[in-house]
Design a protein around this ligand. Structure first.
Ligand SMILES: Cc1cc2nc3c(=O)[nH]c(=O)nc-3n(C[C@H](O)[C@H](O)[C@H](O)COP(=O)(O)OP(=O)(O)OC[C@H]3O[C@@H](n4cnc5c(N)ncnc54)[C@H](O)[C@@H]3O)c2cc1C
Length: 396
């Protein structure tokens, strides 16, 4: 039987692609989703069980409608599937009192407080002495600035992908896994997507291939993006029950150098029985095909001695799990979601610079709605009219 022409082909079914496939198929589009592996898998940007989500997004007001809508969608998905996706454990941000100008996170407590106040989101600036009383397991000196958002929390990222793909399939989406897209060729009336198995036709394509995005993106977009290796550690704790999403908030600890940022994630129900702590680095770029996916004992020991022991008491040196995960970054750390220079029929929407998951399902919905309503042209992206407007994320 001849392959039908699809309304939409989604290339890459991770955080962004699974969201687009779910929302587009729910809107009634004929969707084909293709992934080179079988998501959720551990090779791209969406792994390690959990991601931080905050309604007061200090990165800028352009993100607010998306994260707010994502929280609503996750609650809808939880109600439909009885799968727990969002744990509102609260979130703590710790920075220097004196911001470091030009640093990636700069004055993040103050920025977040301003965004929260403008958006009517609860956010409390906490005195270091009070923070020490509330969180005696964190070493917070008087030269730190601390902020707390009660509505922040952790989202189960791999489960979200799984649920969105399952529901997309139930709504009629055709999903092909373990099939790699090797070419995307637009013409005036459609787009041809080629894999080693065959070619497919569609009116629209969403390219959401995460850290592999440079392989298939137009060169104008590809050259704006860098991929970096990030490491996630899980450490044992003296009393694990006091490090759960029911007992403590997550902690974003922002230091004077970008590469000294760390995040502590409480243990969610069903998660790896340990305290997850992430690092961040932008000094060495890499590629998914050549990245070193092993984490050495030296790397673990150095990280523990430099970043964990001085900040968090009760977290033990024993590392029970460590994973490598990949960031895709633009030069200004903001998203890149735009029409492909080769054709308005192709939308690029992966690179989310280490802070994309919390927005992913709402971004998927916005992109799916745009395609469903025929607004696939570059002009459509520039419209700037609706709440969920994608214009701020266009190529800069
Ligand atoms: C360590 C780490 C911590 C993070 N922490 C946070 C956080 O706390 N909060 C937050 O909001 N965000 C966070 N992020 C960012 C967030 O996880 C990412 O923005 C998001 O996961 C990006 O998803 P994606 O869909 O772009 O990529 P992926 O989920 O990697 O999906 C890309 C998919 O494309 C497929 N693919 C690739 N090439 C092809 C091809 N040629 N043909 C077919 N399929 C292909 C891949 O197999 C993959 O399944 C973090 C990221 C990392 C790495």
């Amino acid at each position: 039987m001849a392959e039908p022409k699809y309304d939409l082909i989604v290339v890459g079914l991770g955080a962004m692609g699974s969201a687009v496939a779910y929302h587009a198929s729910t809107l009634g589009l004929r969707v084909l989703g293709i992934d080179r592996y079988d998501p959720p898998h551990g090779l791209g940007s969406t792994k390690a069980e959990t991601r931080i989500t905050r309604l007061a997004v200090g990165e800028g007001p352009q993100y607010l409608p998306f994260v707010k809508r994502s929280h609503e969608i996750w609650r809808e998905l939880e109600a439909r599937t009885s799968v727990e996706l969002l744990h509102e454990c609260g979130g703590l941000i710790v920075t220097d009192q004196v911001p470091v100008v030009g640093q990636r996170w700069e004055d993040f407590v103050t920025q977040t407080a301003a965004i929260a106040s403008g958006g009517g989101i609860p956010f409390e600036v906490v005195l270091p002495a009070d923070a020490r009383d509330r969180y005696p397991w964190i070493t917070i000196a008087d030269d730190r600035k601390v902020g707390f958002e009660p509505t922040a929390g952790l989202v189960m990222n791999e489960r979200c992908v799984e649920v969105q793909l399952r529901l997309a399939h139930e709504s009629g989406a055709v999903l092909h896994t373990n099939e790699e897209v090797v070419a995307i060729d637009p013409d005036s009336s459609s787009v041809t997507v080629t894999t080693p198995a065959r070619s497919y036709q569609a009116d629209n394509v969403v390219l959401s291939t995460g850290p592999w995005i440079r392989d298939l993106a137009a060169s104008e977009h590809a050259e704006q993006l860098t991929v970096t290796r990030q490491v996630v550690f899980w450490f044992d704790a003296a009393d694990l029950a006091s490090f759960t999403t029911d007992t403590i908030p997550y902690v974003m600890w922002i230091a004077r150098r970008d590469e000294d940022y760390i995040g502590l994630f409480p243990m969610p129900p069903g998660g790896t029985p340990a305290v997850k702590i992430v690092s961040e680095q932008f000094l060495e770029t890499t590629d998914p095909s050549s990245v070193d996916r092993t984490v050495s004992q030296t790397e673990i020991d150095t990280f523990y001695d430099l970043h964990v022991a001085p900040k968090f008491s009760g977290v033990r040196r024993d590392c029970v799990r460590a994973e490598v995960c990949l960031y895709v970054n633009t030069a200004d750390d903001h998203f890149l979601i735009d029409s492909d220079p080769r054709s308005d029929r192709i939308t690029l929407m992966s690179p989310c610079s280490g802070h994309g998951f919390k927005h992913s399902t709402a971004l998927g919905e916005a992109v799916a709605q745009r395609i469903a309503s025929g607004k696939t042209s570059g002009g459509g992206f520039a419209a700037g009219t609706s709440d969920n407007d994608l214009a701020p994320f266009r190529s800069r």
